[in-house]
Design a protein around this ligand. Structure first.
Ligand SMILES: [Zn+2]
Ligand SMILES: [Zn+2]
Length: 129
C-alpha cells in the first residue's frame, strides 16, 4: 500500500512531545503518528458493529472488588486471567474471546464497579461474518 501525505495542525505541546519521542526512539514522526492512528482505529472500529472479538482487558482494581462473581458470570468469554498485587495495587488482566457485545458488557460492568480498564482488541480486522 502507498503512502498518503496530508497536512495536519496539532497542539504545539503535543508536537514537542512527538519530537522528543521520535528522537529518543530514533523513529521518524510519520511512523509514530501512523502507529498511534492504527491503534486508535483498531480500538474504535471494534465498537462500531457486533462481531466475533478477541482481546485483553487490563484492569486496575481501585476499590479492591472481588472478581469471583464476575469470572463466574462471564466465564463463556473469559479465556484466562492473571491477578496480581504490585505494592498495594490490585491489577488484573483478562484474556477474552467471543461476542463483542458481551465483551463490552463485561468492560462496562468492571467500570461500574469502579475499576479503571483498558480494552485492547488483538484481532486486526473485524470479521463481517
Ligand atoms: Zn473486536
Ligand atoms: Zn487483588
Amino acid at each position: 500500500m502507498g503512502k498518503k501525505r496530508f497536512g495536519i495542525s496539532i497542539d504545539s505541546k503535543i508536537s514537542a512531545e512527538l519530537n522528543n519521542i521520535a528522537s529518543s526512539l530514533n523513529i521518524n514522526r510519520s511512523k509514530i503518528v501512523e502507529m498511534a492512528l492504527q491503534n486508535y482505529i483498531t480500538e474504535y472500529k471494534h465498537l462500531l458493529s457486533r462481531h466475533s472479538c478477541r482481546g485483553i482487558i487490563i484492569i486496575k482494581n481501585v476499590n479492591n472488588i472481588s472478581f469471583d462473581k464476575i469470572l463466574e458470570n462471564y466465564r463463556n468469554i473469559i479465556v484466562n486471567y492473571i491477578h496480581s498485587h504490585m505494592e498495594d495495587e490490585c491489577v488484573c488482566i483478562m484474556f477474552v474471546s467471543g461476542d463483542s457485545e458481551h465483551i463490552n458488557n463485561l468492560n462496562k460492568h468492571l467500570i461500574t464497579c469502579g475499576c479503571l480498564t483498558r480494552y485492547i482488541p488483538t484481532h486486526q480486522n473485524q470479521s463481517s461474518t
